[in-house]
Design a binder for this molecule. Structure first.
Ligand code: GTP
Ligand code: MG
Length: 275
């Protein structure tokens, strides 16, 4: 049996969460068209008959500014430290800058088992001469090949997780992420980068789950934008989240969302929302 941890690294928007979701076959990590969507280290597990791959999705690598950024970069470092194999993903449809080339060279000296992956191979490539496996989660190109290459590099050991286990994240976490992802998609400004979501109550019985959650933003003006005209935006977020939960756990769901201001939480006390 081959089994082990695989860190999935790369710049924001490279396609890390898309790849993990595609391979695992579940939406364990939120995907948006925006940069810096993922904040946490998220496990997604793929079980084969003779292998188990434990992917660690990570936040995109970027320069630290506030405490939230530092928290995100710390997650990247701990993924590298805990990995048997490292995947570095770069967006094939974009030119690579010198800083990223430098980062890859440095990673080659640190990670013993490294696979370079060029993502979005269904799009026109700007990286023809780069020696990497070209993968697409739209066409599925080379995904099986990538899995094979990973399995070859993993250590011989028994499964670490049960076969039906596919993520370390709870339904509560997935709900918070879904809400944050929808705000990133729907609000075309910096505002959603300053949003955190907190579950206030989560009551579940055999048929129904009742959820109440706070959307925390940094400014009073942001609150109005998140609520939208006549409550239209927050209503849309609520409806889509409810649908997501109903599909996820196969029960009816009611959801109540509130918007609160917590000024500068990204520096002040991120430990309340992220630890
Ligand atoms: N055409 C195409 N688009 C892709 C592919 N993979 C990802 N994308 C798109 O690229 C964007 C970013 O994808 P994510 O998976 O969220 O990227 P990420 O690396 O997790 O980003 P961060 O969490 O911000 O670091 C989304 O709009 C995806 O739909 C692909 O293979 N082909
Ligand atoms: Mg991501």
């Amino acid at each position: 049996m081959k089994c082990g941890y695989v860190a999935v690294l790369g710049q924001p928007n490279a396609g890390k969460s898309s790849l993990v979701n595609y391979v695992v076959g579940e939406e364990v990590a939120v995907v948006t068209h925006r940069r810096q969507t993922t904040r946490n280290l998220i496990l997604g597990v793929l079980n084969g008959t003779d292998y188990q791959i434990i992917f660690m999705d990570t936040p995109g690598i970027h320069h630290s500014k506030n405490q939230l950024d530092k928290f995100m970069n710390k997650n990247v470092r701990s993924a590298i430290a805990g990995a048997d194999v490292v995947l570095y993903l770069f967006d094939g449809a974009k030119e690579m800058d010198d800083e990223e080339k430098q980062y890859i060279e440095n990673l080659k000296t640190k990670a013993e088992k490294l696979i370079l992956v060029q993502t979005k191979s269904d799009k026109k490539s700007k990286q023809q001469n780069f020696d990497a496996l070209k993968v697409s989660t739209v066409s599925g190109e080379n995904v099986d090949e990538l899995i094979m290459q990973i399995v070859n590099l993993l250590p011989e050991q028994n499964r670490i997780f049960d076969e039906d286990y596919y993520t370390d994240k709870s339904v509560r976490f997935l709900v918070c992420e879904k809400i944050r992802g929808l705000l990133l998609e729907l609000i075309d400004k910096e505002i959603p980068h300053g949003v955190a979501v907190e579950i206030l109550s989560f009551q579940e019985d055999e048929k129904l789950v009742k959820i109440e959650a706070d959307i925390i933003c940094e400014r009073e003006q942001h609150k109005g934008i998140i609520i939208g005209k006549g409550g239209s935006l927050i209503k849309q977020v609520g409806q889509q989240t409810r649908q997501y939960v109903e599909d996820l756990i196969d029960k009816k769901c009611t959801i109540n969302l509130f918007v609160k201001v917590d000024k500068d939480w990204r520096n002040g006390h991120i430990e309340r929302y992220y630890n």
